[in-house]
Design a protein around this ligand. Structure first.
Ligand code: DGT
Ligand code: CA
Ligand code: CA
Ligand code: ZN
Length: 577
């Protein structure tokens, strides 16, 4: 049985949630969450490591006890402890955790005082005005709960983050490739377009004639399958244990290009291409491009585009947001790629809320082939993360100087992630900000100001010449937190006037700046910092996600400052003229 790291992570987090609702020892709760985070970041399938008898305690943060739990999950797909906890607190309370307005403490209180166990019961309690009276709640919180219930119902099933779908996409692809007769196996749909979340996975296959049935049979037998929704000759659909739906289609090899194009989408892009075909008298569908009854193209995707007079359009651009017109005019951007990246400009260490040391982070960045890595610790306002005051910033800078002397082939930059305070001033005095190599400035508190105030707050911060980069500009957390209410176009224009760089934060649930705004920024000539916001050495790997997001945002190598050598980067940062 293949248990994916994300499934292990989810079970560990569920245990932590239930323990927290039960008000168990907070150190234990944290240990589970930490283990979940470590498993998520593991470069290999933990289930394979368990199978090979590897010792998981070599990961810092995983002790003997947790290693045993992880082994149990990897071997059985579940954890007896979760069932035990379920006897003491209803597992249905985990559903309530999906509402951003409720944490374990509040859930525990609502459960204990009102006996609320489900989302429905929560809604009726709130509607009957029973929540507002609980200590620590009030009218406002009750309304927030109702609002988030409303949003939750509207969004229905949550779409999966691209990065959470990826392990399933990869293992299915590998698995299907190994079936006798299988030829090309491509994951298409929104996954191929690199959309930040995917509704389901769509797989397109070709195979040698006569092996269609074997391929379909193998697909529905895949170890991760929970339900088979349909099992046909050319199309089957399954639901995986994680809840993700996967569709497999088999097409003839002569149609592969057309089918790739059709099933990659987006629908809006397809419709626009089909319309261009119609203007030339062609019919375009998933089987080919036809002039009358004659197939004139369809074996490759490129042929499909050529048939309507377009150059090849990268999947990430296929949203009908101007890519067709750009292809017609020969203005398609040459999208940034992984090998263009020469450093990372947002990372934390143990000094604040990260997990690695300066040296570990530097070595990991060097191993990625980078020239530089900016260590940008939180500032004092972010006390929860152990943010640094002026004195601590100086110690941070001295440590970096010292370590840089010892390092070869990689340079650490003295950075800070400086909080933008509610009035738009920065959380550290200019005297110390001036001495940094770079300041990423972000909003962490009071994210619910009204649109005008919030926009002004951020622009005011940009007025400070010590600000180099605006960090995670909307503060959204995909599936959990709405973006701040801001006039982002105005902020981008203000960044242009002040030569402030805007961050594209590569955390899989941030991808902030969103892609349509990346495009606007690039058109205006505003530079982008593509940064991972790594909180450990493994976090530097989020750059791969970030590249996809940047490509969806039409960004080229020239648009992104960390494609530059260190000396050019320094010249681009406005603190150096
Ligand atoms: P998702 O799954 O919601 O993240 O988004 P997609 O884009 O993967 O959509 P999905 O799975 O419904 O369909 C996969 C692709 O198949 C879609 O991107 C384009 C193509 N497709 C589906 N339905 C239609 C349709 O009615 N017309 C056209 N032209 N294409 C369609
Ligand atoms: Ca899909
Ligand atoms: Ca689909
Ligand atoms: Zn950060």
């Amino acid at each position: 049985m293949i248990i994916h790291n994300n499934e292990v992570r989810d079970i560990l987090n569920q245990v932590a949630d239930l323990m927290e609702i039960k008000e168990e020892n907070s150190f234990r709760v944290r240990a589970y969450r930490e283990a979940a985070r470590i498993v998520e970041a593991m470069p290999e399938q933990v289930s394979k490591m368990v199978e090979a008898g590897e010792d998981l305690t070599r990961y810092r943060g995983i002790g003997k006890d947790l290693a045993g739990k992880i082994r149990e999950i990897a071997e059985t797909g579940t954890l007896a402890q979760l069932k035990e906890l379920g006897k003491e607190v209803p597992v249905s309370l985990l559903e309530l955790m999906k509402l951003p307005s409720l944490g374990p403490r509040k859930i525990s209180q609502i459960y204990k005082t009102l006996g609320v166990k489900t989302l429905e019961e929560l809604e009726s309690a709130a509607k009957q005005d029973k929540i507002a009276g609980l200590s620590g709640f009030g009218e406002k919180t009750q309304q927030k709960i109702l609002d988030s219930l409303e949003r939750f119902k509207k969004s229905g099933e949550k779409r999966l983050l691209w990065s959470d779908a990826e392990p399933f996409a990869r293992s299915l692809q590998k698995y299907l490739k190994e079936v006798g007769g299988a030829k090309k196996i491509v994951v298409v749909g929104s996954f191929r377009r690199g959309k930040e979340t995917v509704g389901d996975l769509d797989i397109l296959a070709t195979c040698s004639q006569g092996s269609e049935q074997d391929l379909m049979a193998a697909f529905v037998r895949f170890e991760g399958v929970k339900n088979v929704l349909a099992h046909g000759k050319t199309k089957s659909s399954v639901i995986l244990r994680s809840g993700l739906q996967v569709d497999l289609r088999i097409v003839a090899q002569v149609s592969h290009g057309s089918a790739l194009h059709y099933f990659t989408g987006s629908k809006a892009h397809n419709i626009a291409v089909r319309r261009l075909g119609l203007e030339r008298g062609y019919r375009i569908n998933e089987y080919g491009v036809y002039e009358g009854e004659k197939r004139i193209a369809g074996k490759t995707e490129k042929e499909v585009y050529t048939s309507v007079g377009l150059s090849f359009i990268e999947p990430e651009l296929r949203e009908n947001l101007g890519e067709i017109e750009a292809a017609e005019d020969g203005r398609l951007p040459v999208l940034v790629k992984k090998s263009d990246i020469r450093g990372d400009l947002h990372a934390h260490t143990r000094r604040t809320d990260g997990h690695g040391s300066l040296r570990e982070m530097a070595e990991a960045a060097k191993a990625k082939g980078y020239e530089y890595l900016a260590i940008t610790e939180h500032s004092q306002k972010v006390a929860m993360a152990g943010g640094l005051n002026e004195k601590a910033v100086r110690a941070h800078m001295e440590d970096i100087d010292r370590i840089n002397e010892a390092l070869k082939g990689i340079r650490l930059l003295k950075g800070m992630e400086v909080d933008i305070l509610a009035d738009g001033t920065l959380d550290l005095p200019d005297s110390v900000l001036r001495e940094l190599d770079l300041a990423v400035c972000s909003v962490h508190y009071q994210q619910r100001l009204d649109r005008k105030k919030q926009t002004e707050r951020i622009i005011r911060a940009m007025d400070n010449p010590n600000m180099d980069i605006l960090g995670h500009p909307t503060s959204r957390l995909i599936n959990t937190r709405e973006p701040m209410d801001i006039d982002l176009e105005k902020i981008i224009e203000a960044a242009k006037e002040r030569s402030v760089v805007i961050e594209l934060n590569a955390q899989p649930d941030r991808l902030d700046l969103p892609h349509n705004y990346c495009k606007i920024a690039a058109e205006l000539g505003v530079k982008i910092a593509l940064s991972t916001d790594a909180h450990g050495t493994d976090g530097l790997g989020f750059m791969d996600n970030g590249i996809i997001a940047a490509r969806r945002g039409w960004l080229t190598r020239a648009d992104i400052i960390n494609t530059r050598s260190l000396s050019r980067l320094r010249r681009l940062l406005r603190r150096n003229g």
